[in-house]
Design a protein around this ligand. Structure first.
Ligand SMILES: [Zn+2]
Length: 192
């Protein structure tokens, strides 16, 4: 099973472009470097920004639920007992913090996709990820390396995509990073 990293549509066989969102699919693993990512600002497939910020972002929606629920509770309790509003207020505050963190991370990711500098990196390792399991199936964790001015940087992600089992150490791939903070980096096209 091959998954579009932009919109999460599953395919049984590989194709170069996702039928659902139009995004480029990652080339099949191999020893040849794919054509470089398009120049900035890159146009992202439809729906990708919304998914990154909200629907596909656990921190954002859990934060949003906590914030909304806590605020409503605080207002409801306030008239009965002002002191008792402290508990739901903390709840709302925690939710707000999560929401902000989720949105900040999402915006950094989107910025890396749109404006990130492209550099050729390579697969460092692919291992089973014992912390990520669905129905007795383990995800795989891919670690990739890339260099900026002789400085080695690393990125990683965990995925159930079946192409990960065929990815090998040393295979080249394109990485996008933000020059002001290379810890904000991503593969292009994304794999998930
Ligand atoms: Zn897609």
């Amino acid at each position: 099973m091959i998954t579009c990293g932009w919109c999460n549509t599953h395919y049984t066989s590989w194709q170069s472009q996702c039928t659902s969102c139009g995004g480029p699919m990652p080339p099949l693993p191999g020893m040849e470097l794919a054509p470089p990512p398009p120049p900035t600002p890159r146009v992202l497939p439809k729906g990708f920004a919304l998914r990154t910020r909200l629907t596909g972002n656990v921190a954002t929606w859990v934060g949003l639920i906590f914030f909304t629920f806590g605020s409503l509770m605080a207002v409801a309790i306030f008239f009965a007992s002002p002191w008792a509003t402290l508990f739901p207020l903390f709840f709302a505050l925690g939710g707000f913090g999560m929401l902000r963190l989720g949105l900040t991370q999402a915006n950094n990711t989107l910025r890396a996709f749109r404006f990130g500098t492209a550099v050729a990196g390579h697969v460092h390792s692919v291992d089973l990820d014992s912390s990520n399991r669905i129905n007795d199936q383990y995800a795989r964790k891919l670690v990739y390396h890339f260099q900026i001015e002789n400085q080695l940087h690393e990125g990683s992600f965990s995925s159930f995509d079946s192409t990960l089992s065929t990815r090998r150490s040393g295979q080249p791939l394109w990485v996008l990073y933000l020059p002001e903070d290379p810890t904000n980096n991503t593969l292009y096209p994304p794999v998930r």
